[in-house]
Design a protein around this ligand. Structure first.
Ligand code: DX5
Ligand code: ZN
Length: 222
């Protein structure tokens, strides 16, 4: 459990100040930076697209983890490679050809992730595990930060068992805080995305609050 990664979601950052926010969370100990791309179609919210993500890139010293909540996906894969994504995650529910999507992501030189909405069972990615580097288990319905955690502990445990000794990371996204993190870490999570629980109470002028918030999450499952 010692190497569980924390990936703050900049969906909860100050949208007028992304560069400084990214530097602040990394200075305070973030392992990855999670970037939520929403299209107003696959999910009922809009964030930003490839030019903004490209502008974030020089500020990210760790891993830029881009979560696409868009449909269609395949037409944008090259744009996110060009924008500098390290990990690119698409939703299983976003289109009819997830194999093609994962192949295209790896083919463009990125790590390939596949995300599952809360209503989608673990078994639905069994046939994709040899083509994926990460499975993202959504613990809220995607679209907004600050929603209530949905308990997907059994799904995480099932995935851990299905993954076996493959090098596939399990990422948890939505409602992760010091109360919920131990549940998913205990079931086998490798990466915890957290938006509101990391950014709450802090700002680029008080970045130590981000550090305290991340330490509280880590301490909850230590
Ligand atoms: C939800 C996004 C999440 C979100 C998490 O659609 O994919 O990454 O930012 O926010 P919290 O941690 O506040 O639930
Ligand atoms: Zn996300």
């Amino acid at each position: 459990m010692g190497d569980v990664k924390i990936a703050p979601s900049i969906l909860s950052a100050d949208f007028a100040n992304f560069g400084a926010e990214i530097r602040a969370i990394e200075d305070q100990g973030a392992d990855w930076v999670h970037v939520d791309v929403m299209d107003g179609h696959f999910v009922p919210n809009l964030t930003f697209g490839p030019p903004a993500v490209k502008a974030f890139r020089p500020h990210v010293k760790t891993v830029m983890d881009v979560h696409l909540m868009i449909s269609p996906v395949d037409t944008y894969i090259d744009a996110y490679a060009e924008a500098g994504a390290d990990v690119l995650t698409a939703h299983l529910e976003a289109g009819p050809h997830p194999h093609r999507t994962l192949q295209a992501i790896r083919g463009a030189g990125m790590k390939a992730g596949i995300a599952l909405n809360p209503g989608t069972p673990a078994e639905s990615v069994e046939h994709l595990l040899d083509m994926a580097d990460l499975v993202c288990v959504m613990t809220v319905n995607p679209g907004f930060g600050g929603q209530t955690f949905l308990d997907m502990t059994a799904k995480v445990a099932k995935l851990r068992e299905m993954i076996g000794d493959r090098e596939v990371l399990i990422e948890i996204d939505g409602g992760v805080d010091p109360r919920t993190a131990p549940l998913v870490v205990g079931a086998g999570a490798d990466v915890l995305v957290a938006g509101s629980a990391v950014f709450k109470g802090g700002s680029v002028d008080t970045p130590e609050v981000y550090g305290e918030n991340m330490r509280a999450i880590r301490a909850s499952y230590a």
